[in-house]
Each structure stands twice: as C-alpha cells, then as structure tokens.
Design a binder for this molecule. Structure first.
Ligand code: TXA
Ligand code: MG
Length: 343
C-alpha cells in the first residue's frame, strides 16, 4: 500500500492537507496523526471494518480494546450509555487533555472497538491537529498508539514512518508530542474510580478532584498467571526495545558503580543527565533525575535509540514514582519485563 505523507505545521497553514487526511478517515482508511501524548493510528470508530484494519496494520491482539477520540462533549452520549457525576467532574478538570475515561458503552460502539467488553474508553485530546482531524471527519476516531504492537509508542512522525510505512493510508507529521507517554486511563464503570494506566494526568490530580481513587495493582506489579486484566493492554509485554532491560533502583553513586562494574561490549546505560559524567559505558539519557516531565517526553525515543545503537543489555536508572514519574516507572517496568534490581 502507498502511504501518503502530510506535513502539517498548523491547522491554519495546511487546511487542504488536513481535509485530505480527514477524508481518508471518513472513507474508512487508516491515518497516523499526532496527539499531545503519542501518535495515534486512527480509523472511523463506528466502522467495524476500518477498526479491524487497525489491528491488522499494528499486528495487535484483537482482545485489546481501543480508545475512541472525540472533539467535543456532544459526541459523548452517542458512545457512553451512562456518564456518572465523577466523569463530568473529570471532563471539566482535564478535558481536553491526556485523560481517557472508561464508561459503559452504547450499542453504537462496535464490539471490535471494545474488545467485547461492555465498556468503552473515551478521550478528548487537546492537540489541535488531532481535534481538527476528528472535527473534519465528523466521526469518533478509534486510535491506539501508532507503533507496531510491542515496540515503544511513537512520539515523532519518523517513529510512525519506521513502523508503519506501507501499512497505512497516511501519516500526518505534526512535530513531536508534548507529553511523550500515553494518556492516563481511569475506569468510572465500577464503584470506585480506578486508574488502569498512569499518564500525564497524575493520580494526585485525580484525587484532588474525586477524593478516593484506586490504582490497579497491575500498574506496578506483574499479574499473576491466569488473573483477569481490568485493562487488557496490561497483560501484554509492552514498550520493549530489542535489548534486555534491567531497571536499577539506586542513588546516583550506587547506580554508576553497579553499571561500571558490569561494563562489557553491548552494555548501555539508560540514565539521568546527572549520571552521565560518572558512567564508563555508552549512555542514552532520558532527562534530569528530578524532572519526570522531561523523562516522560524523552523515554520512548530513548528506547528506540538503544535499538538503533544495537544495545544488547541496558541498565536503566529507576525514576521516582511521584506525579508523572509513576507513568514513567510503569512504562520502564514493562520495558524491563519487571526485571528490577534494588541496591
Ligand atoms: O494517549 C493515548 O491514550 C494514545 C493516543 C493515541 O490517544 N492511545 C493509546 O491507545 O495509548 P492504546 O490502544 O495503545 O492503549 C489503550 C489502553 C490499552 O491499555 C487498553 O487495554 C485500554 O486502554 N482500554 C481501552 N478500552 C478499554 C476498556 N473498555 N476497558 C479497560 N481498558 C481499556
Ligand atoms: Mg499502545
């Protein structure tokens, strides 16, 4: 398949390109596009065949449900059977933005979107290009991250090109994504709000608005064999570079000493900028130790760079779990397949 590339500087400068991309979506095609979190691979979320094509292009297991993206609140009643008060509060506080809410679904949402569940995940992104594409296509857009299943989520158009060229109808290049990690997923389908995936909107922020909010144990711990996942995405190995990754929880001195003691060809450090001068192995840096926003923004590109540099074994310096740090920690734990060394 030929993949069209659209370079969009802004929604005002490139309306024709945006219209073409929106028409591809409206006709049932696949378009990768930027959001404030990561690039998404979009299709008309009410067209079951178009949604099936997403799973094919990504090589994604079909029981892992997708997020529907909307561009105004009027699209909500068509998709969610119930909108509890907590959802209204969160929408007021964090939409548009990096928050996805899981709500009971209507019959209009195809089963292929929800992976057969009776709930649907909905997000109202803040990225102007994403919103303009949704508005022009006049459809809720189903979009997982625009990577091949299993590889790190894309935060630039080049990442999408590397993974999806020839597999999708178009890629919209709108620059690099601000947050850099996928949205926070919170379920409001049960009694107590439950964070299924941490992201740019922090657990602390959710608690400020809602009071009690729980965090699914699978966010920070491996699931027991046979356990049912609240969010099917959590059971798959994820975000993984080709190298083996070991997450090392230690202060700066202990981390650098440990890595240097394990120095050999193919060994890399995925570290904070403060660690760099003390390390004797090749490094890929993912931000400052006390700057979780920087770490979030840099992490997925760093994981892809380690592959390009042919790293075989990567010691990753463990981030703090405060604020956005919890999302960074959650992604790194999965990249490391839960291999954590505490010093
Ligand atoms: O930031 C994001 O959320 C990006 C951009 C493109 O919006 N999208 C994204 O989609 O990360 P994806 O498909 O890679 O991740 C969706 C996550 C998965 O972990 C999936 O299991 C969960 O949301 N999910 C979707 N529908 C769900 C549902 N009904 N119940 C529980 N979890 C659900
Ligand atoms: Mg994904």
């Amino acid at each position: 398949m030929e993949t069209k590339l659209f370079k969009i500087n802004s929604i005002y400068e490139n309306p024709d390109e945006l219209e073409q991309a929106a028409q591809i979506l409206a006709r049932g095609g696949l378009v990768a596009f930027p959001t404030e979190t990561v690039y998404g691979l979009g299709a008309n979320g009410l067209n079951a065949d178009a949604v099936r094509a997403i799973y094919q292009a990504k090589g994604r297991p079909s029981d892992n449900p997708l997020i529907l993206h909307i561009c105004d609140l009027e699209m909500l009643p068509q998709l969610a059977r119930e909108v509890p008060e907590a959802a209204v509060k969160l929408a007021m506080a964090f939409w548009p933005g990096p928050l996805t809410m899981v709500l009971p679904k209507t019959d209009q949402v195809p089963d292929v979107v929800s992976g057969g569940l009776d709930t649907v995940a909905i997000r109202f992104p803040s990225h102007l290009i994403a919103r303009e594409l949704i508005r022009r296509s006049q459809k809720p857009i189903a979009a997982p991250s625009a990577n091949l299943s299993g590889s790190p989520s894309p935060t630039t158009a080049q990442h999408c090109i590397d993974d999806l060229m020839g597999r999708v109808d178009a890629i919209v290049d709108g620059g690099s994504c601000g947050v850099g990690l996928e949205s926070t997923v919170v379920s409001l389908a049960g009694e107590i709000p439950m964070v299924l995936r941490p992201g740019g909107v922090t657990v602390e922020q959710l608690r400020e608005v809602l009071g009690e909010v729980r965090v699914d144990p699978a966010v920070t711990h491996p699931m027991a064999q046979g356990q049912k996942a609240a969010s099917p995405g959590m059971k798959y190995k994820h975000y993984a570079p080709k190298a083996k990754v070991i997450l090392v929880e230690a202060d700066q001195d202990a981390f650098c000493q440990y890595v240097n003691a394990n120095k050999k060809p193919g060994v890399f450090a995925l570290c904070f900028s403060e660690d760099v001068p003390d390390l004797q192995v090749p490094v890929v840096c993912y931000g400052g130790q006390t700057h979780p926003e920087q770490q979030a923004h840099a992490l997925f590109d760093a994981l892809r760079r380690l592959d390009q540099e042919k790293a075989e074994l990567v010691y990753a310096h463990c981030p703090s779990q405060q604020g956005v740090g919890l999302a960074v920690y959650n992604r790194l734990l999965r990249a490391a397949a839960f291999d954590l060394v505490e010093l």
